[in-house]
Design a protein around this ligand. Structure first.
Ligand code: EPZ
Length: 422
């Protein structure tokens, strides 16, 4: 299904959500796994990929590098045996943060690379100092010149690395790079996100020797070569969380059939405390909200398994329509309250204390308005605000939402929401 730059959503709020749904495959697992396909000259088949802009852009970058990509429905067969050009296209790098994940696999394969400072959402300046420090620890030569950074891994050596923060992208880059680097590389203070574990499982299936994925200490014993495999990345826990919060906001009962439960425990705990009913049986999660919710005092984002920063905007929207005061503490990014002004146009009462703290005073009803998405998860939160608002909301710039949600309007319409893309 195609996306157009000027697309908008039209929402008539007030409907409750009912029905059963499966969530799409994880964007943040699929992207580094696609990058890791560069580590072998054999074909890799990645199944059930989400049809979203970031995946489409990643495929464009791989093709620009010389990859042969065959698409069969939502499955991609990627063959990188012919790749020679490794200067990433300037514009494509600018379109998304995930291009940074290519650093580890390209350096492992081609030993040199030049990279523009990666683009991405406007949720923070998104530095890559932790990636650069880690590569320097592994003997990679790094030269920064204006907007470009040049890497040379000719004399790389396995080593111990301690990350100053458990960066997801930096962990994923080092794991990719060290998988075929002779010797033992150890990452201390590694990211524990499920998407990091999924990348490691993919690499292990290719023949990598990785221990400790999902803990804060990952050890990689480099192997000579990795083979082509077939793999299905995990479901998207952020899309799942979005649907749970949508039900909390709209009311109703929905069932999600492909949940992996230890990935959303903090959110489930919060929604239960607010008064939702949640039933969990194997990989099926049923949530219902029939009575008005109670507010919780505060929500703080953190590194996994703490509450995910990617659901912070959605919690902000939920707090807008629940009686009482909620303090939102965004501890990961420094500019992730972009949607506050848009929510205020709908009657929300939010006070920004500083760029990590917001206080929300719940109102009885939000009112419809014409608003615009400014980043990926903030855009999804505005959709949920529209579902709850009285009247007809128009949301512009939905291409931000299309970066990470596979036709969010279709998902919600299938559950009874009155939402259309125009
Ligand atoms: C990944 O981004 C995700 N993106 C983000 O999801 C997610 O919000 C983030 O992890 C945190 O969970 C993908 O997986 C494609 P980080 P990443 O490196 O790797 C700072 C979404 O909505 N930092 O863990 O870029 C950084 O500024 C996106 O799907 C440095 O200071 O996140 C941030 O404050 C948004 N220096 C914090 O660390 C560095 O070199 C966490 O960043 C790298 C990061």
């Amino acid at each position: 299904m195609s996306y157009r730059k000027k697309d908008k959503f039209i929402i008539n709020g007030g409907n409750k959500l009912y029905g059963t749904i499966k969530v799409q495959t994880s964007k943040n697992a699929t992207l580094p796994i696609m990058s890791a396909s560069l580590l072998t000259t054999e074909s890799v088949k990645i199944n059930s990929c989400p049809d979203i802009l970031d995946v489409q852009n990643m495929i464009k970058i791989l093709k620009k590098l010389g990859a042969k990509v065959e698409r069969i429905g939502d499955d991609y067969v990627i063959n990188n045996s012919q790749i020679d050009d490794i200067c990433l296209d300037y514009n494509l790098c600018k379109t998304m943060r995930s291009s940074i994940f290519l650093l580890g696999s390209i350096l492992a394969r081609f030993k040199t690379m030049s990279l523009t400072m990666p683009g991405g959402c406007k949720i923070g300046e998104r530095p890559i100092d932790i990636h650069i420090d880690a590569f320097k620890r592994l003997g990679v030569k790094v030269v920064e010149l204006d907007d470009f950074i040049f890497f040379n891994a000719e004399h790389a050596k396995a080593n111990k690395i301690k990350l100053k923060i458990p960066s997801v992208g930096a962990t994923e880059n080092i794991v990719q790079f060290a998988s075929t680097l002779k010797g033992k590389t150890t990452i201390y203070n590694a990211a524990r996100e499920p998407e990091v574990v999924d990348l490691c499982n993919f690499l292990i299936k290719m023949g990598a020797n990785i221990k400790g994925a999902g803990t804060n200490k990952i050890t990689i014993f480099g192997v000579d070569r990795l083979k082509g495999v077939e793999y299905r990345p995990i479901p998207d826990r952020i899309v799942l969380g979005t649907l749970l919060i949508a039900t909390a906001i709209c009311g109703g009962v929905i069932q999600i059939n492909n949940a992996i439960l230890n990935q959303n425990e903090k959110l489930i705990d919060i929604l239960l405390r607010m008064g939702c009913q949640i039933n969990i049986k194997n990989d099926i999660i049923t949530i219902s909200r029939e009575t008005p919710l109670k507010s919780i005092k505060s929500v703080s984002t953190g590194y996994f398994p703490d509450f995910p920063t990617d659901l912070q905007s959605l919690m902000l929207t939920l707090s807008c329509i629940v009686k009482g005061k909620t303090q939102i503490n965004e501890k990961i990014f420094e500019n992730r309250f972009l949607i506050v002004d848009e929510l205020k146009k709908m009657g929300a009462k939010i006070q920004i204390i500083d760029n990590h703290t917001a206080i929300v005073e719940g109102v009885h009803k939000l009112s419809a308005n014409k608003i615009k998405a400014l980043d990926l998860r903030g855009g999804a939160s505005l959709v949920l605000a529209g579902l709850a608002a009285e009247g007809r909301t128009i949301i512009e710039n939905v291409h931000f939402i299309d970066r990470g949600y596979c036709h969010l309007e279709s998902m919600l319409a299938s559950l009874g929401a009155d939402i259309k893309r125009i």
